[in-house]
Design a protein around this ligand. Sequence first.
Ligand code: SAM
Length: 329
Amino acid sequence: MIDPFGRTVSYLRVSVTDRCDFRCVYCMAEDMTFLPKADVLSLEELDRLCSAFIRKGVRKLRLTGGEPLVRRNVMQLIRSLGRHLDSGALDELTLTTNGSQLHRFADDLAAAGVRRINVSVDTLDPDRFRRLTRWGDLEQVLTGLQAAKKAGLAVKINAVALKRENEGEIDDLVRWCGEEGFDLCLIETMPLGEIDADRTDQYLPLSLVRARLAHRWTLQESDYRTGGPARYVSVAETGRRIGFITPMTHNFCESCNRVRVTCTGTLYMCLGQEDAADLRGPLRAGDDDSLLDAAIEEAIARKPKGHDFVIDRRRTQPAVRRHMSTTGG
Ligand code: SAM
């Protein structure tokens, strides 16, 4: 699949549920209304959809959410998708998780062919963790991370940089990741969906974080790329990498290789734009995949050049109305 700007689309991110057992303050409002079950794709439909994209050239598949591991019987889907790894059609099957259920699933994930996972941990302070996630328990996540390590899964920690919250703790995250053998990816808050807080109060530019880290650590430029938006440095003292995802301070769209599907089968060709294509209709129209294939092709031909996020006090609306948990982070 090649888009109008010559970019090959080889990476699909699929949100398997909009539900989550956390309510991170920058991601969701506390009283979220979730989708009715009938709107959400079944596990079989998700499998069919992912398989269609793989047939069309997707080599990397990431399951996300909401929280992917709270979807009932999600392991059934993951095991089934593992067949594409066995056949060689897929290079990587991975997921982004908050880690709350990893203690239950780490071994099963490894057995299904998952090799790396991203786990979101914004802070190592239990009280702050509870405040930021509203409902999360840090201890449970740390137990899950040990289970992941034991199962042989490579872990990348995702942390959203938040002014006055984990701002003073980024150093500790770097040290901890070094000790645990995890890579770290720092993310700027993006203006996605209505939340209860003011995003201008949360936004912390990573250019500043990086400059501060450079006082304490030897950051070596790295040309390591995962095909994603992160720019990496190596930390000489720990031997681990730090990625910086800077949608607000750096436009990373020129090498975009990805599209996203929500749990209702809506295909978003860009995280930061509203244009979308419905794939649930074509999926549910029958067992034949020709309508689905045509809808995917038609949508890829409309993939936009990029997003234009702005966090600005004069702007009271988020840049994009849907939450990250809808499109999948
Ligand atoms: N529940 C899983 C998790 O916690 O990783 C997967 C879904 S979550 C929406 C994926 C990632 O998006 C998390 O790392 C989260 O911190 C990040 N995220 C959510 N809302 C965001 C926002 N407004 N700006 C930047 N990152 C955000």
